[in-house]
Design a protein around this ligand. Structure first.
Ligand SMILES: Cc1cc2nc3c(=O)[nH]c(=O)nc-3n(C[C@H](O)[C@H](O)[C@H](O)COP(=O)(O)OP(=O)(O)OC[C@H]3O[C@@H](n4cnc5c(N)ncnc54)[C@H](O)[C@@H]3O)c2cc1C
Length: 560
């Protein structure tokens, strides 16, 4: 995940290039030297090899370090670091594989900083922390913009699997080169070279070596080493389940307050917010921010404070019969936790159309981001739903689509919809709002081609050649995996704090003299935050607020 470079650049500082490759002052270099070790390097010495994990950072005192990418038989120089400059980019924080080789271009002296030393530095020295974090984020944005990566994706815009893989890589902020089978000549040669047929797409060529045919998100995460170096046997102060806004907020606060934090995310960071094209009502972003950009910032921030994130592995069960608790993941492995924060949010309800799943990602979408908007530019689209997220999607898509048909089953837009969105929908000539109307059929061969809907008030059916439907019809809580461990309300949301009745606590055999804390579930030391919690206000701000509040109670439980 990345954000537009403009939003991270400091307007008061040097040029964008200087912020990406800053030259530290002698005093700043001396402060770094106190954290690392000074060593000599020889011309041609490889300091970091592309694909290495948990690599150190080097600050040049004298000499030069080249950053090179192997390409074909030769190599490309991506950057050159001179005295006062430092190596690395965002991957350093997470310990993931590096995308390039760092090599001394001439004999010189460098300061070598192990990853843990770098983390300690950015957490304790705010001036250097800001310079380094900004440079790393800008470098990552540039890598993505230039497609400098260890991943080549061969796919088709008409293929659901391709969209899924692109979304997964984008949401994880992993740069990739994309080859569109439908547009680019000569792709067949590449496929032949790796002995894959067109029926295998999407094909992901990982680190130029491993060829994955229509890989699962887990296979991609494994191949790219997203979860390497994370010790799953360690007993954690807090395990946070879900990396949407509430889980990421909890991770940032918990890690910054010195707790040992592990986050489990079944898909990619960002949650529902990651599916939002632009969040305009979150405090501090007067011009709005896309959900992916917000999540990218939060993800990097959590890593800066030392939180660890396991990607593409969800929680399958909570072993709640003994303490410490254990969270079982969907690959069967377990992590143990003194406390748990459940931040698994909600998933979109799917309209009861028998072939909906068949068109998912091939004309039916559950999020409206820049990527989906590109797929339907200049075409007519349908947005299903009358709540905030549907309204936001309709307004966003109307900027590029020919026409947006907004189908609402009830008599009007939801009362909960923000006033600004209602006005924009009503005033936008490209949005055709149809109330008391619902989709009755989807048709197509591979990709969605036609949509039939029914105006229930007029009793009229219409069929339209529309190839893109955005489903934004409210959400159900992601609590199916809890299986009786925790008290839920009638709709399946988790009950917490004062919402837990005496009967709930008796049924759960609440063992303590004290009542559950705010946000604490019927299990002591297990908290629920964000959209998964009964009574929560379904907003980014409340999710973030609850995630941070829960950490205060985690401290109390840890001291009990
Ligand atoms: C399209 C759209 C637009 C929106 N726009 C706005 C807006 O403009 N302003 C606003 O304030 N709010 C907006 N919202 C609402 C806001 O995004 C949500 O309230 C917020 O994302 C809730 O955060 P959360 O962390 O509680 O849950 P979620 O965002 O739902 O995140 C939950 C995370 O948990 C993961 N997960 C689920 N189950 C498991 C499991 N078993 N194991 C591991 N991980 C799991 C999911 O993959 C997900 O990443 C919008 C929502 C949508 C869908």
């Amino acid at each position: 995940m990345t954000e537009p470079a403009s939003s991270i650049l400091s307007p008061t500082l040097a040029t964008p290039a200087e912020q990406m490759f800053p030259t530290l002052t002698p005093a700043q270099v001396a402060r770094i030297a106190a954290h690392g070790r000074v060593r000599q390097v020889q011309r041609g010495e490889v300091l970091v090899e592309a694909g290495d994990q948990a690599v150190p950072v080097f600050v040049v005192k004298t000499g030069r370090i080249e950053i090179v990418r192997p390409s074909g038989a030769g190599e490309t120089i991506v950057a050159v670091h001179r005295p006062g400059q430092f190596t690395g980019e965002v991957n350093i924080l997470s310990g993931r594989r590096t995308l390039a080789r760092a090599r001394a271009a001439e004999p010189g002296e460098v300061i070598e900083l192990a990853r843990e030393q770098l983390l300690a530095l950015v957490q304790t020295d705010s001036e250097l922390g800001e310079i380094i974090m900004r440079a790393y984020i800008l470098r990552r944005v540039e890598l993505i913009a230039q497609g400098i990566s260890d991943v080549v994706l061969v796919g088709s815009n008409h293929c659901a699997g391709t969209l899924r893989v692109r979304e997964f890589l984008t949401r994880n902020g992993h740069p990739y080169s994309y080859i569109d089978l439908d547009r680019e000549a000569g792709v067949q040669d590449l496929l032949d070279h790796f002995e894959v047929g067109a029926e295998d797409i999407p094909v992901l060529i990982c680190r130029g070596e491993v060829v994955l045919r229509n890989p699962t998100n887990r296979q991609i995460a494994d191949c790219l080493g997203f979860n390497v170096g994370i010790d799953q046997s360690q007993l954690r102060d807090v395990v946070i389940i879900g990396a949407g806004p509430s889980g990421l907020a909890a991770a940032v606060y918990a890690a910054s307050e010195g707790l040992d934090v592990l986050v489990l995310e079944s898909s990619a960071p960002g949650g529902q917010a990651g599916a939002s094209s632009k969040i305009e009502n979150y405090l501090g972003f007067p011009t709005g921010i896309s959900g992916q950009d917000l999540a990218a910032r939060a993800y990097t921030q959590a890593q800066k404070f030392g939180a660890q994130l396991i990607i593409a592995k969800g929680a399958k069960a909570l072993a709640c019969d003994r303490k410490p608790y254990a969270v079982e993941m969907d690959d069967g492995s377990r992590v143990r936790a003194r406390t748990v924060i459940i931040a698994t949010g909600a998933e979109y309800r799917r309209p009861a159309l028998h072939n909906l799943a068949q068109f998912q990602g091939a004309g039916v979408y559950f999020g409206a981001t820049f990527m989906e908007a590109q797929l339907c530019a200049g075409e007519e689209v349908v947005v299903v739903g009358g709540g905030n997220s549907a309204g936001q999607a309709a307004v966003f898509l109307a900027q590029t689509a020919k026409r947006v048909h907004m189908l609402v089953r009830s008599g009007g837009l939801a009362e909960s919809m923000s006033r600004y969105l209602i006005r924009r929908i009503e005033d936008n000539p490209a949005i055709d709002l149809r109330t008391k109307t619902e989709i009755t059929a989807l048709e197509g061969n591979g990709h969605l081609e036609r949509v039939r809907w029914r105006d229930n008030q007029a009793g009229v059916d219409e069929t339209h050649d529309i190839r893109h439907v955005f489903v934004m019809t409210g959400a159900s809580p992601s609590t199916h995996w809890l299986d009786g461990c925790i008290a839920l309300d009638a709709k399946g949301f988790i009950k917490t704090g004062p919402d837990l009745s005496r009967e709930d606590l008796e049924a759960a055999q609440w063992p303590l003299a004290r009542a559950p804390y705010l946000l604490e579930t019927s299990l002591p030391g297990v908290f629920a935050v964000g959209d998964v919690r009964g009574g929560n206000i379904k907003r980014v701000a409340s999710a973030v607020g609850e995630g941070s509040i829960a950490v205060a109670f985690v401290h109390q439980v840890l001291h009990e």
